[in-house]
Design a protein around this ligand. Structure first.
Ligand code: HEC
Ligand code: HEC
Length: 162
């Protein structure tokens, strides 16, 4: 009995790090991802976008969940890490606030007014590349021109596919 109990305790202690990671996506990130990707919030803000339930990576646009399944994450941690990244990813909320009054939702606007020509995101009415157009639209500062250009590009991937 004594032996059985100490084996059991040893087994529980052995399992504990994994169990703790499953409970805490931040710990999982710190232990297994940070060395390559730095802070989770910064990584998500730079590379990840969320539309509805789906997370888009910069490169892994359609298949991020599948990619993650083969990427340093133990199976039990997939959902937790996915939720962590999703909570910190970019959304189209800023468009809704800052542009929605005149342009409706980002998705509606993209369907109506944005298409890709020769690999460049282009405004249908102006015929101009979106980043060029935005540089003189609504007094947007430079970093916002970049942000909204990227946002419209991400939304158009979502709307039109790749
Ligand atoms: C040894 C270094 C390394 C570790 C550890 C690592 N990654 Fe990565 N990760 C990479 C590299 C390199 C890429 C780019 C390769 C690619 O896109 O196929 C990448 C890509 C990604 C992407 C896709 C980004 C995009 O733009 O589509 C996500 C999300 C990601 N990693 C999450 C994680 C998570 C979560 C963990 C921890 C569980 C993790 N990574 C651990 C090196 C690492
Ligand atoms: C006060 C209303 C208003 C706001 C707010 C506004 N826009 Fe516009 N936008 C317009 C109008 C009107 C046009 C078309 C006429 C023009 O300016 O050339 C336009 C045109 C555009 C175009 C070009 C579309 C085409 O077919 O060529 C883009 C891209 C665009 N807006 C993006 C944005 C973004 C991103 C924001 C938020 C940061 C924003 N707009 C905020 C009124 C607005």
């Amino acid at each position: 009995m004594q032996h059985f109990l100490s084996t059991l305790i040893a087994a529980l202690l052995f399992l504990q790090p994994d169990a703790a990671e499953a409970m805490d996506a931040n710990a999982l990130w710190d232990n297994r991802c940070e060395q390559c990707h730095g802070e989770a919030a910064e990584f998500s803000g730079k590379y990840l976008w969320v539309f509805g339930d789906r997370l888009q990576g910069q490169h892994h646009v359609k298949n991020l969940r599948l990619f993650l399944r083969n990427h340093y994450i133990p199976d039990h941690g997939i959902e937790a890490i996915y939720d962590l990244l999703r909570a910190q990813a970019n959304t189209s909320a800023r468009f809704d606030n800052d542009c929605g009054g005149c342009h409706d939702s980002a998705e509606t606007f993209v369907r109506k007014s944005i298409f890709t020509r020769a690999g460049k995101l282009t405004g249908a009415a102006s015929g101009l590349p979106v980043d060029e157009f935005l540089a003189t639209h609504q007094n947007l500062p430079k970093e916002d021109v970049e942000f909204y250009s990227k946002l419209l590009e991400r939304v158009s991937l979502e709307v039109y596919g790749q």
